[in-house]
Each structure stands twice: as structure tokens, then as C-alpha cells.
Design a protein around this ligand. Structure first.
Ligand SMILES: [Zn+2]
Length: 329
């Protein structure tokens, strides 16, 4: 069953219990008048348990979250659900259709404009709908990312490492997700879904995985298992969540834009592996010219662990190359 709603007519409290449905929210770019339909998958259980909102495809070139959400929606049975599952398999429909990180309509990055606004271009409107109609009403937010076309990260869960995140369950849910790497943050850059959730005291997690511009089915399974583990932890479904002790407990600023930017354009050759421990000033990679000229040596700014590597060799001045983060001591 599916239904279309306009912005103002959608109200989560009117969704009846013991139901499973896809609703489409009709949005429109104020400048180009291009219509956009935002699909929202809702499974409502029999009781007033927690509401979990899961975003996939905030970036249109990240494919694992969107498929995990579709398959979770198919799998979850309303009669055995305590609370409400809300999944957005295509949080940024124009970017998903184009397979791009930014929206092709207004060239904006959805993960930089939360909480958005109602009068801006389409990316602002999408962020505003998700913020005011979903995140404001949720008890826990998970934003499933996966690095995008050009860069790679380990499969990881990011969580709130501040005192608040310890109390509100963010860290506990990150541990229960069941992946070998968790990454705690005490500060967040503005504009992300999780920074908006954080600002209104909604606990959050996000994920990353290897990216590369294609679908990694193993990561889809890890994401599905991880979300179900979080749902067990939140007592939305029965069973015990994972108690795998992570191999890497990373700690640092999770802003990918804090990564080391190339100072020249050229051909990037990494010299380190993902999750390797590096020392300050250790060589991380070289940028070469067309005749193998050494244009730049990229060195680690401090001791830490490699958590991001640019995998597309063609690099332009200013683009991210590596990110070195810390570890929980
Ligand atoms: Zn992303």
C-alpha cells in the first residue's frame, strides 16, 4: 500500500498501529519547479515503543544504506515490533537518480544543510521535512552512509562520545551494532542530520563503509544486522544484540572535511593501508605528475589511525586525501 502526502498533511501520529506502508512526500524545488517524491517506509507496531528513524542515500552515490533499509522494511513484522520503524531508502531523490553526492538540481550537499528550511531550494526543503516531520518526533536516529565514489573508509559506526552520548545510549548502541570499528566524536560539524539530532538531544549513530561507487552486498548485510541489533538494544524487537568487542575504538573529529587536502593536482599513490597506525610526519602518500615527477609528499599531521583514503588516483588541489584520527586511550 502506498499513499501520497503533501508536506503539511503528513503527520506521523496519524499512522495507525500494526501497519506497514510506504508513503511518498511531494516536494518541489522553489526555483526550478522540479517535483520530487520522497519515499518514507513506515512499520508501526502494536505498542507505544520507541521510534527509530533510519536515513539512507543522503548522498546519492552511496548504495548500501538504501538497500539495507528496503530489505529491513520487508523483513520487519508489525506484530512483533514494539514501537515504530521509519526508513528513508532514498533521502535525497534527485542525487540518487543521478548517482551523485550533491543534488543535480541545486548542487547542494544534503549533509551540509540540516535542519534546512521550507523556502529554500530542494535540498533545503528535503532537510527541513526530515528534520521537522521525522527527526523531531524520533527517539533514535541512524544515518547510513558509505564513503561515496572517490574515497574509502573502513566499515564503521560513528557515535556520540560526549558525556551525553554515554547517558543517552549512543555509545551502547554503537557497541551493539556489531562491527569491528567504532568511532566516537565529541564535536560535530554543522549541517549533518546527526548534528541536528544532537542539537535537540536525540541520540544518534551513523555508519560508513568502503564506498567506491558500487554496491557492496556484504556491507548491506552488516548494516541490516547492525540495525536489528540496535533495535534489540532499544527493546523494539526481541533477542540479544551483539556483544562483539570492537578491534578499533577510534576517537576524533568525524568531519571528513578535516581530512588532509591535496595542495596540488595530480596522481595520488597511497603508501599506507586502511586502519594502519601511523606516526607524526610518516609518509601517507605521494602526488605524482604525468612523467612521475614528485609533486607532493603527504605526511601525517600527528600519531593516529588511518580512517580515510582517497581511492581515485586523479586528485584536484583541495580534495581530501587521508584522514588520521585518534584512539580511545
Ligand atoms: Zn555520505
Amino acid at each position: 500500500m502506498s499513499k501520497d502526502f503533501n508536506w503539511s498533511s503528513f503527520n506521523m501520529s496519524r499512522i495507525r498501529g500494526l501497519s506497514k506502508q510506504v508513503v511518498y512526500i511531494n516536494l518541489e524545488d522553489n526555483h526550478s519547479n522540479i517535483p520530487v517524491k520522497l519515499p518514507v517506509m513506515i512499520v508501526k507496531g502494536n505498542t507505544d515503543g520507541p521510534t527509530l528513524t533510519i536515513l539512507g542515500g543522503v548522498h546519492g552515490d552511496e548504495y548500501e544504506g538504501p538497500l539495507a533499509i528496503r530489505q529491513l522494511f520487508e523483513k520487519i513484522n508489525p506484530s512483533s515490533l514494539n514501537g515504530t520503524f521509519i526508513g528513508l531508502p532514498q533521502s535525497n531523490p534527485p542525487a540518487a537518480e543521478a548517482g551523485t553526492r550533491e543534488s543535480p538540481i541545486d548542487n547542494l550537499n544534503l549533509a551540509r544543510v540540516f535542519p534546512g528550511n521550507r523556502t529554500g531550494t530542494i535540498t533545503h526543503k528535503i532537510a527541513h521535512f526530515i528534520s521537522t516531520k521525522l527527526i523531531d518526533k524520533t527517539d533514535f536516529l541512524i544515518d547510513l552512509h558509505s564513503s561515496g565514489t572517490h574515497i574509502s573508509t573502513p566499515t564503521l559506526v560513528g557515535y556520540d562520545a560526549s558525556a551525553k552520548g554515554i547517558v543517552n545510549g549512543s555509545k551502547e548502541c554503537a557497541l551493539s551494532f556489531g562491527v569491528p570499528t567504532i568511532w566516537g566524536h565529541t564535536t560535530l560539524s554543522n549541517g549533518r542530520s546527526i548534528s541536528y539530532a544532537d542539537s535537540i538531544n536525540i541520540p544518534w549513530l551513523y555508519t560508513e563503509c568502503s564506498g567506491g561507487g558500487w554496491l557492496h552486498t556484504k556491507e548491506v548485510e552488516l548494516y541490516k544486522t547492525g540495525v536489528l541489533n540496535v533495535m534489540r538494544n532499544l527493546k523494539m524487537i526481541k533477542g540479544k544484540s551483539s556483544n562483539i568487542q570492537p578491534e578499533f575504538q577510534l576517537l576524533g573529529n568525524g568531519d571528513m572535511e578535516e581530512s588532509i587536502a591535496a595542495t596540488v593536482s595530480g596522481y595520488l599513490v597511497p603508501k599506507v593501508d586502511m586502519l594502519s597506525r601511523v606516526k607524526k610526519d610518516q609518509l601517507l602518500g605521494e602526488i605524482l605528475g604525468p612523467a612521475n615527477e614528485l609533486l607532493e609528499e603527504i605526511k601525517s599531521p600527528h600519531n593516529g589511525v588511518i580512517v580515510l583514503i582517497r581511492r581515485s588516483p586523479a586528485v584536484t588541489e583541495g580534495e581530501s586525501t587521508f584522514l588520521v584520527t585518534g584512539e580511545v586511550s
